[in-house]
Design a protein around this ligand. Structure first.
Ligand SMILES: [Zn+2]
Length: 366
């Protein structure tokens, strides 16, 4: 018993010593009264060259667990603040969290993406695999950009289908039931392929940093199944139902791919309207807003548009990225315009072979 007591008192003495020692090592915290703030400011101004700044917290923090960018680990903390909270600058969205159809408003920020060293987040729309040998493929983009430590963000459609398939199904089948059945059949025939394509992309990582931490090289998000122009959609119509079925189908495939490739990963959910066209009609907007809310989808627009799909120009793609570095938005018609804090560059997977020179050049120019 006495032995134990001695041990205890030695332990507490040691603890006291440690505390005292820690106190010596840690400089006293500067009180944050107005006066001390003022004097600190003056001091640092006078002695910037030889006096270390003493009023910063010097606790050694245990390194936090590395969480790669792109998941909702960031989104849950920030989305409500950055995207839906009153009082925050939320880009081109009116400053009102109760704004109707708020999930449909095309925001120009991705809370899950840090602004990269090359200025703008790189997004690539449409099918992950080109429909002819000269078209770009998502996997080529990732393989070209990952060694440069650049992340590729894809907005995908279902492979090898388009609005033409919908027109055909609608013409061939006269009842809603049959039309939806045929659409379902077509989508299901593509499920395995889309999941496989996505898995092959989202498993790729960027080169690791000095601590061995590596970011994922890309993410895949939703661009509808059939790339329908949604501006004229009427809620309740077969075209609308087909469109929703396709959006839900993509989400299912992405869920499956992420579950398999990144178990435990809480993925972010973004959506981009084909042609950037949101629906016109109020009833459609209201219904779609509900679907987006249910699926957790956030609609993403762009700040840098090089019209790469039309002009295939690496020079314009380059110009759009250089504008981003200067916090300017860009489009080929007006050149630089407006301001942006977190530029989002919009390109197309298909045009990669034609535009990549410009994009890689912009990334390499630090
Ligand atoms: Zn598109």
């Amino acid at each position: 018993m006495p032995k134990f007591k001695t041990l205890l008192s030695i332990a507490s003495a040691l603890m006291l010593l440690k505390q005292a020692h820690a106190k010596d090592l840690n400089p006293p915290l500067v009180e944050t009264t107005l006066d001390s703030k003022k004097s600190t400011k003056l001091n640092t101004k006078k002695n910037t060259t030889d006096t270390p700044i003493t009023d910063e917290k010097t606790d050694i923090l245990t390194p936090a667990k590395f969480i790669p960018a792109g998941g909702t680990a960031f989104l849950t903390k920030q989305a409500d603040i950055d995207l839906f909270t009153k009082g925050k600058n939320i880009g081109n969205v009116k400053n009102n969290p109760k704004l109707s159809y708020r999930r449909l408003v095309q925001r120009t920020m991705m809370p899950t993406e840090e602004r990269p060293f090359y200025g703008s987040t790189l997004t690539f729309d449409d099918q992950l695999v080109g429909d002819n040998p000269s078209s770009g493929n998502a996997i080529d983009i990732v393989n070209d950009l990952a060694p440069l430590k650049a992340r590729s963000i894809f907005f995908a459609n279902v492979p090898m289908v388009s609005g033409k398939n919908i027109n055909y199904i609608l013409a061939k089948n006269k009842t809603s039931e049959k039309r939806l059945q045929e659409t379902r059949k077509l989508l299901e025939s593509k499920r395995a392929e889309l999941i496989k394509l996505t898995r092959n992309l989202i498993k790729i990582k960027l080169p690791a940093d000095d601590n061995g931490n590596a970011e994922y090289a890309c993410e895949v998000f939703n661009h509808t199944a059939f790339h329908q122009n949604m501006s004229q959609l009427k809620v309740g119509s077969d075209r609308y139902k087909i469109c929703i079925m396709g959006i839900e189908f993509i989400e299912e495939c992405l869920d499956e791919a992420y579950l398999k490739e990144r178990p435990g990963w809480d993925r972010a959910r973004y959506f981009r309207f084909p042609f950037l066209h949101a629906p016109k009609y109020a009833a459609t907007k209201a219904a779609l807003n509900e679907t987006f809310t249910k699926l957790g989808l956030i609609s993403l627009g762009e700040t840098q548009d090089s019209k790469d799909f039309d002009n295939y120009s690496h020079k314009v793609a380059y110009a759009s990225m250089i504008a981003a570095k200067e916090n300017r938005r860009y489009n080929p018609k007006f050149g630089k315009y407006g301001r942006t804090d977190k530029p989002i560059a919009l390109f197309h997977t298909k045009t990669w072979p034609k535009i990549k020179r410009g994009i890689i050049k912009a990334i390499k120019e630090k």
